[in-house]
Ligand binder design. Structure first.
Ligand code: BEZ
Length: 402
């Protein structure tokens, strides 16, 4: 992308740019457009994801899902070939600006796909707001991205942290639980999921009595599990993901809490880890925007294609990567591959109805998916769908002025 194409990304900036082009075209001026040159060039896609550390498997699933969506369109975006640029963000917020700049300044990518960790999302936001580079976030739920920091070039194909636990309040109420303890890593994702749950549970008359934190990415849970045993709450709600979630589930069972104090969570607690935890997760109920057993035409086709291509079962991360690809396809097909036409790309992405394995979703004004939240229960090696816990749940996008 050249400097001119990459100019300011604020809404007025876009509109100024597009009306200037329209005016010049109407006047019959022959513009040496990016389009003419751009048609030959490959579209540069930057994947900034963890390929090491506790979230490495999540990064791999997102990459697989994204590439599957693109490969289903002949490996092209709006008719143009793609060149991939990869950065391992190590789930390290301190390195996020430097890592984002590797893609933006060094590689000059047209679009950034990333990332998993909410803290890294926050570090990416400043760089991508300044550069105006198109950004699709296929996981990290930091509320600020589609809240106070929302911007025309920022899109999510995943969730806000608040969305993933808000419906649990109703679920716990329906089970007759009057109080609960929340346990999580101490960083934005855990804190925001805790707040989403607390708001939903308290609306239902429940009480969150204890908030228990472990520093990210530590997995020493013993002391807090002993504390939970002595508190004896009606229920425990947890957010952990990847390797940390697998360890937590096994430790919960080993501490003798499984079967005594019901365990719930944002679905990340049990997604992508069931092969690793034996029967430690059996019966755990969670809410999330994807589940096993949806048995729709789209989901069945996706699962078959994913399993054939990667010899693996897909999880929520794979779906989010796939939908990041589908969203980008919608944007680029609308402008026939002319990524320099940012106004056109953004408009098409804003209007997209994504036919997702999770069910159809659209974007809110703040560019966050409005989507059904499923109640799931671990049965064997599946997060089996139990029903819809909250239909078309939209993030409140507090602080977004878009
Ligand atoms: C997050 O940091 O936003 C996050 C990480 C893993 C799973 C879900 C959310």
């Amino acid at each position: 992308m050249d400097k001119e194409q990459n100019a300011s990304c604020d809404r007025r900036g876009f509109l100024r740019g597009s009306s200037a082009i329209a005016g010049a075209t109407a006047a019959g001026v022959l513009l040496p457009t990016h389009f003419a040159f751009g048609q030959q060039a490959k579209i540069k896609v930057g994947l900034m994801l963890p390929s090491t550390g506790t979230f490495a498997a999540l990064g791999a699933a997102i990459t697989n899902g994204f590439k599957l969506a693109i490969d289903e369109r002949g490996g092209k975006l709006g008719g143009r070939e793609i060149e991939y640029f990869l950065v391992d963000d190590e789930s390290n917020p301190a390195k996020a600006p430097e890592n984002t700049n590797k893609l933006v300044q060094r590689d000059k990518v047209d679009v950034v796909i990333g990332t998993v960790h909410s803290g890294v999302v926050m570090g990416m936001a400043k760089v991508l707001k300044d550069s105006g580079t198109l950004w699709i976030n296929p996981n990290g739920g930091a509320g600020a991205m589609t809240g106070p920091l929302c911007a025309p070039n920022f899109f999510r194909s995943s969730f806000s942290n608040w969305q993933t636990t808000h419906a649990l309040g109703k679920v716990l109420k329906a089970k007759g639980h009057k109080n609960a303890v929340f346990i999580t890593w101490k960083y934005a994702a855990g804190e925001e999921m805790l707040e989403g749950f607390k708001e939903g549970f308290e609306k239902e008359g429940g009480k969150l009595t204890h908030e228990l934190f472990v520093p990210f990415p530590q997995v020493e849970f013993q002391a807090l599990l002993t504390e939970i045993a002595s508190i004896k709450p009606d229920a425990v709600v947890a957010f952990f993901a990847g390797g940390g979630a697998a360890k937590f589930l096994k430790d919960y069972q080993a501490a003798g809490l499984k079967g005594k104090i019901p365990l719930y969570g944002a679905g990340f607690l049990t997604d992508g880890v069931l092969e690793a935890v034996g029967d430690a997760a059996e019966g755990v109920e969670t809410t999330l925007h994807y589940a096993d057993g949806l048995n729709t035409k789209k989901d069945n086709a996706f699962r078959l294609a994913y399993a054939k291509t990667y010899k693996l079962q897909p999880d929520v991360y794979a779906v989010q990567g796939y939908d990041a690809g589908q969203l980008l396809v919608a944007g680029l097909e609308a402008v026939k591959g002319d990524i320099g036409n940012k106004v056109g790309v953004i408009k098409a992405m804003e209007a997209a109805k994504i036919d997702s394995p999770r069910g159809q979703w659209t974007l809110s004004k703040a560019h966050n998916p409005v989507q059904d939240m499923y109640l799931r229960k671990v049965v064997g090696k599946e997060n089996k769908v139990q029903g819809v816990a909250w239909k078309a749940l939209a993030d409140p996008a507090r602080g977004c002025k878009a």
